[in-house]
Ligand binder design. Structure first.
Ligand SMILES: Cc1cc2nc3c(=O)[nH]c(=O)nc-3n(C[C@H](O)[C@H](O)[C@H](O)COP(=O)(O)OP(=O)(O)OC[C@H]3O[C@@H](n4cnc5c(N)ncnc54)[C@H](O)[C@@H]3O)c2cc1C
Length: 408
């Protein structure tokens, strides 16, 4: 007898924050339609930001990670099939097949497969056990198990993840931490020189040995230690290396489906719909028009995953609206923290306003007098003000900015 293929009204591929937000949004307008979430990882949807911050510092605990309990998902009638990645997507048949051979058909599909950590190319097997990346809970647990007092650890990568991991590890007992960044300082692609200096000094105070202008060239094993060679500046030896040089979006299923790609992800419209009318895309994978400037963007941040997931879910359930949310990104390093909105690239800094003698600062980014991004350094509860200023296209010399952000 031929086995029946289960048919789903809503099928969500990926069980991260984007898919979780989409599921909740669908249920806010459709209580009845069958809904299944398929996840490669064994865990229920969970938070990733604590993996490089709070879990190391005792501010977060494993129990805090899940976005909802199994009972809460059941109450929403969101079914999950976890620990079994989807391997094939046949968009013309509207059918997916998992690694375990399970097959499902769908009416409406969400692709929210996020990304994977970039790994060094051609890593010899004898090095693989000493080189760590961090994307998942499994990665976190693997790294945690490998660390022990007395080890010399090298963190590579000047972006958010590298910066957070170097800070977190420098606060663990007995580790000696080296931190190599390709630029002049950690987060040099975002922070203006004055803040680069401040954060650089903080790492050094914490005992981290900073290696600026160090671009990793290759890795080898020498006398049972890992040797990391850097372009033109020699080598560093360590016991264990954390490779934090960004992620690659998981586009393979989108490619199988023949979706239009853009900026390393999948092109969608302002309601997160892809070039296939039955497929929506959200989270790190989605490249959508910026709600204010209309240029294509693709963001790899938590708030963006939740907001685009919610937008996709509403659209899938027939209640879509044009996406107007300006996503924020955030990070915490030692006692510093920041939140930012818009295009914040160091080469576009327009002005830095710092609290006299204090720790807070506001960085404005853009072109000419047009403010396209704002970073709030140790300054809280101002993100909505920033969003309003950017959406209203207030120029840099508009008193609004000083009045509402710089009233120290
Ligand atoms: C350690 C860490 C710290 C971070 N900290 C911050 C922070 O401080 N601030 C911030 O703004 N952002 C932070 N981020 C980024 C943020 O977590 C991501 O932007 C967000 O998780 C993206 O959500 P997503 O749902 O698009 O993708 P993901 O979270 O990557 O989820 C995608 C899910 O899809 C699954 N999947 C992939 N392929 C398949 C398949 N073929 N079949 C089934 N399932 C599949 C994956 O296993 C995964 O569970 C951090 C990320 C990491 C890794």
């Amino acid at each position: 007898m031929r086995e029946e293929i289960p048919d789903w009204r809503y099928l969500l591929i990926g069980a991260g924050p984007a898919a979780a937000a989409a599921a909740v949004a669908i249920r806010s307008c459709d209580r009845e339609g069958s809904l299944l979430m398929l996840g490669a990882e064994a865990e229920e949807p969970y938070q990733r930001p604590p993996l490089s911050k709070g879990l190391w510092l005792g501010k977060d605990h494993m129990d805090d990670l899940p976005l909802k309990s199994p009972a809460e998902w059941e109450a929403l009638a969101v079914q999950r099939h976890l620990g079994d990645p989807v391997r094939q997507l046949d968009a013309s048949a509207r059918m997916v097949t998992t690694a375990a051979g399970k097959t499902y058909t769908y009416h409406r599909l969400l692709l929210a497969t996020g990304g994977r950590a970039r790994r060094p190319r051609d890593l010899p097997p004898e090095l693989a056990t000493r080189v760590f990346t961090l994307r998942s809970l499994d990665d976190y647990e693997g790294l945690r198990a490998a660390l022990r007092p007395g080890l010399e650890v090298l963190v590579v990568g000047g972006g958010f993840l590298g910066a957070e991991m170097a800070a977190a590890l420098s606060q663990q007992k007995g580790l000696s931490v080296h931190y190599a960044v390709a630029g002049a300082a950690p987060l040099a692609h975002i922070l203006p020189p004055v803040l680069q200096k401040e954060i650089g000094a903080r790492y050094e105070k914490a005992g981290v040995v900073l290696h600026p202008q160090h671009r990793l060239a290759d890795l080898s094993l020498e006398q049972d230690r890992l040797a990391a060679r850097f372009d033109g500046v020699g080598a560093l030896a360590c016991d264990l290396l954390i490779y934090a040089t960004g992620m690659e979006a998981n586009v393979e299923l989108a490619q199988q489906a023949g979706l239009t790609l853009r900026l390393g992800g999948v092109r969608v419209d302002a309601q997160m719909r892809s070039s296939d009318p039955h497929i929506w895309v959200a989270g790190d994978l989605a490249s959508y028009p910026d709600p204010v400037w209309q240029v294509p963007i693709r963001l790899e941040h938590w708030d963006n995953a939740e907001a685009t997931g919610r937008a996709a879910g509403l659209a899938m359930a027939g209640a879509g609206e044009p996406f107007t949310h300006q996503s924020l990104f955030f990070s915490d390093l030692y006692e510093f923290g920041f939140e930012a909105v818009g295009r914040c690239e160091v080469q576009r800094v327009l002005r830095v306003a710092a609290e006299r003698g204090g720790k807070a600062a506001v960085v404005y980014y853009g072109e000419g007098s047009e403010v396209q991004g704002v970073l709030l350094w140790n300054l809280w509860d101002k993100v909505d003000t920033v969003r309003a200023g950017i959406a209203d296209r207030r120029p840099l010399d508009d008193p609004f900015w000083r009045r509402s952000l710089e009233a120290w």
